[in-house]
Design a protein around this ligand. Structure first.
Ligand SMILES: Nc1ncnc2c1ncn2[C@@H]1O[C@H](COP(=O)(O)OP(=O)(O)O)[C@@H](O)[C@H]1O
Ligand SMILES: [Mg+2]
Length: 405
C-alpha cells in the first residue's frame, strides 16, 4: 500500500502513532511534577527497561505534559563517556535565562546564576558567556568537588524556581552511562533539594542495570525514586498500538494476523513498529491477512540485522562476541553466569571482567545475582544468525579437564 502514508514509525525515540499501554506511567509522572509544582515533596521516577521498549518516547511525552502544566524542563541524554557537569551546565544556563525572560532578574535567580557561574568556572566546563552581569559570590558552588558544588547549585536553582512559582523537571535518558561518581553527585543534590522541599525532580530512563548502579552510587537512591518497569506490551495494548493507527486510515489486521505479529515481536514496541511498517508496505489490500505478516518477516529481519542489531554487534570485541554467542546458545535467557562460563570452557571468575565490560556497554545486565540477560530483545536469535557456526567447548564441559585460561 501507499508508502507515503505509512502510519508506523520504527526508530530510536520516534513518537509512535499511538502510544499504547503507558497510561499508568504517564499518570505517575503527572503526579510527580504536579506535586513538585505545588511545593510538595515527591519521589522522582526512573523508567527502566530493555532497548526498544519506548523509554525515550515516554520521556519526551512526559516533557510535553510537564511543559503544558507550566513546568520548566531540562532534557538531556547521557552519552557514553561524557561528564555530568559538561552535560548539565549548558542546559541549566539555558533554563535560568529562560526563567528570567522579560522579567527583572529576581533575587534567587540572580543567586542561581552566580552559583552556575562559579560551578562552571571551578570545574572548567565551557557553556559560553554569561550575558547577565553578576557580581561573584565566593564560596557558592565553587569548592571544586562535584557533589558539594552540584548540591549548592541545585539548591540555588531550586530556590529560584520556587521564587518564580515554577518547578523544574530534569529528564535524563540513558542514565546507565553516567559514571558512578557523577550519579552519586546527582543523587546527593536531588536528596538535598528534596529535604528542602524545593521544586526540582528527576525523571530518568535507562537500561535495567541502572537500578543496581543507582543503589551502589547512593544507598538512599532506592527511596529517592520509584522505578516503574517499562516492558513489552500485552496483546491488547499491542493491538491498540497497531490497530488504532490502521483504523484511522480505514484498514485493519485480521485477528490471526495481529496474533502472529504479537508472537514474532513478543510485544516489544520497536519491533511492533518495524514489522507494522514493513507489513503496510507489503500489503496489497485491507484487511491485512496472516500471510502478509509471514511474508514480511524475512524482510524485516534482514533489515534489523543490518541496522538495529548490527550497530550493537559491531561495537563488540571478538571475545565479547564469543561470550554473547555462548549466551545465545543457551536460548533467550536469563542464564546463570556459570552456565555461560561452562559453554566457553572457562571459570566464572576469569570471565568476570569480560561480563562487567558487556554490562558497561549496555549489552547485558544482571536481573538477579549470578544471572545474565540480554538488554536487547531477540538478540539471542540475532547472534545465531550473525555467527551460525559456533560450538560450545565439549571436552571441557564433559570430562571436566578445564584449562581455564
Ligand atoms: N507505547 C508504545 N506504543 C507503540 N509504539 C511505541 C511505544 N513506545 C515506543 N514505541 C515505538 O518503539 C520504538 C522505540 O522507542 P524508544 O523510545 O526509542 O525506545 P527505548 O528508548 O526504550 O529504546 C519507536 O519506534 C517508538 O515509536
Ligand atoms: Mg532510548
Amino acid at each position: 500500500m501507499d508508502e507515503t502514508i505509512n502510519p508506523f514509525s520504527p526508530g530510536a525515540g520516534t513518537p509512535p502513532p499511538e502510544l499504547a499501554g503507558r497510561a499508568e506511567i504517564l499518570r505517575k509522572a503527572e503526579v510527580t511534577f504536579r506535586r513538585s509544582l505545588s511545593g510538595m515533596s515527591t519521589q522522582g521516577l526512573m523508567l527502566v527497561g530493555l532497548r526498544g521498549v519506548g523509554k525515550t518516547v515516554l520521556l519526551s511525552k512526559i516533557g510535553n505534559l510537564a511543559e503544558n502544566a507550566g513546568v520548566q524542563i531540562v532534557q538531556i541524554e547521557a552519552p557514553e563517556g561524557k561528564g555530568l557537569a559538561e552535560l548539565l551546565a549548558p542546559e541549566l544556563r539555558r533554563l535560568l535565562l529562560r526563567m528570567n525572560l522579560g522579567a527583572q532578574v529576581a533575587t534567587q535567580s540572580r543567586r542561581a546564576l552566580q552559583a552556575l557561574r562559579n560551578f562552571v568556572g571551578k570545574l572548567k566546563v565551557s557553556v559560553g558567556d554569561f550575558e547577565v552581569s553578576i557580581a561573584p559570590e565566593p564560596g557558592l558552588a565553587d569548592s571544586g568537588d562535584l557533589e558539594t558544588d552540584l548540591t549548592a547549585l541545585f539548591v540555588a536553582i531550586g530556590e529560584a524556581a520556587k521564587e518564580k512559582g515554577t518547578a523544574i523537571v530534569l529528564l535524563i535518558d540513558e542514565m546507565q552511562y553516567l559514571e558512578d561518581e557523577h550519579l552519586a553527585a546527582l543523587f546527593a543534590a536531588l536528596h538535598r533539594v528534596a529535604q528542602k522541599q524545593l521544586p526540582i525532580v528527576l525523571i530518568g530512563a535507562g537500561l535495567p542495570q541502572l537500578v543496581g548502579i543507582a543503589g551502589r552510587a547512593k544507598s538512599y537512591a532506592e527511596r529517592l525514586f520509584e522505578y516503574p518497569p517499562v516492558g513489552p506490551l500485552t496483546l491488547p495494548d499491542a493491538a491498540d498500538a497497531i490497530q488504532s493507527p490502521l483504523r484511522a486510515v480505514q484498514c485493519q489486521l485480521t485477528e490471526d494476523a495481529m496474533q502472529r505479529l504479537f508472537e514474532v515481536t513478543q510485544g516489544y514496541p520497536f519491533f511492533l513498529q518495524a514489522w507494522a511498517y514493513a507489513i503496510w508496505n507489503a500489503a496489497k489490500s485491507c484487511p491485512i491477512e496472516l500471510s502478509v505478516i509471514d511474508a514480511a518477516t524475512h524482510t524485516v529481519l534482514e533489515r534489523l540485522d543490518t541496522s538495529f542489531f548490527r550497530v550493537r554487534f559491531d561495537r563488540l570485541t571478538p571475545r565479547e562476541k564469543d561470550y554473547l554467542r555462548a549466551m545465545a546458545e543457551l536460548g533467550a535467557g536469563p542464564h546463570r553466569s556459570g552456565d555461560v562460563a561452562e559453554q566457553l570452557g572457562r571459570e566464572i571468575s576469569s570471565l568476570a571482567p569480560l561480563r562487567a565490560g558487556l554490562i558497561k556497554k549496555g549489552m547485558i545486565y544482571s536481573p538477579a545475582h549470578g544471572d545474565t540477560a540480554f538488554t536487547v530483545p531477540l538478540f539471542d536469535q540475532f547472534m545465531h544468525r550473525a555467527i551460525p557456526e559456533w560450538k560450545a567447548v565439549p571436552s571441557r564441559t564433559k570430562n571436566g579437564a578445564t584449562p581455564s585460561k
